[in-house]
Design a protein around this ligand. Structure first.
Ligand SMILES: [Zn+2]
Length: 230
């Protein structure tokens, strides 16, 4: 009996950890990880910006190709470079909330989570962009109250289906190859125009990879879509 209880405790603790660490886990509420529909669409998403070097280069590349993307803005970077947030919104890209401090939310209290989400929302609004209706947790890490709290703030939680580790700076060619090889119909691709810890972190490889990514995905028949508002 005690053994059974102990096993049950181990299983539920394991489920808790899995639910938190598996970014697309349904255990802690629904996360959108793909685009709906049958079209050959892909969503390019950029986290942790704005960044003074990479974000303008990425916006230039997207604009030159007429591609709409999604930026999950980090509030404390938005407060440093608000004009870049406003520019991304003005140029037709979707603006999502990535919270304010970029601390992992796994072991944070409901009060902390709500504050981080609402501070991120406020920073985006201060920058002059529309109030965000989508949210992505730092590192995709959640606990049982992250998605319900985001929902109560009017924000749907977004995950991703393809990450390519562009933050490890493997080179622009490697980043482009990983995206092109990994993209499927409805993919949500995780890229980074900023560094969640260093406000001026180097993300130029991602910017340099972007024109190649766009051209090669178009050659394969893909079109690009920003995430839809909630
Ligand atoms: Zn992040």
């Amino acid at each position: 009996m005690i053994g059974a209880i102990a096993s049950a405790a181990v299983v539920s603790a394991g489920a808790l950890v899995w639910g938190a660490l598996e970014r697309n886990s349904p255990l802690f509420g629904r996360v959108q990880r793909r685009l709906d529909g049958d079209e050959n669409l892909v969503a390019l998403t950029f986290d942790d910006g704005p960044n003074p070097d990479a974000t303008p280069a990425i916006l230039d590349a997207l604009g030159a190709e007429g591609v709409a993307a999604t930026f999950f803005i980090l509030g404390r970077h938005a407060d440093r470079w608000p004009a870049l947030v406003e520019r991304a919104a003005r140029e037709g890209h979707a603006i999502g909330n990535h919270g304010y401090h970029h601390r992992k939310l796994l072991w944070r209290s409901p009060r902390y989570v709500r504050e981080d989400i609402s501070l991120g929302t406020a920073a985006i609004a201060r920058a002059g962009a529309p109030r965000p209706t989508i949210f992505r947790a730092p590192h995709g890490q959640r606990n049982p109250w992250v998605t319900p709290i985001a929902h109560s703030e009017g924000q749907r939680t977004i995950g991703w289906s393809l990450g390519v580790w562009d933050t490890a700076l493997p080179g622009a060619d490697v980043i482009a190859n990983r995206v092109v090889r990994g993209t499927r119909r409805g993919s949500i691709v995780l890229l980074h125009d900023g560094d969640g810890y260093d406000p001026a972190g180097d993300r130029m490889q991602t910017a340099q990879a972007l024109p190649t990514i766009i051209r090669r995905l178009r050659d394969r028949g893909f079109s690009f879509a920003a995430l839809q508002p909630s």
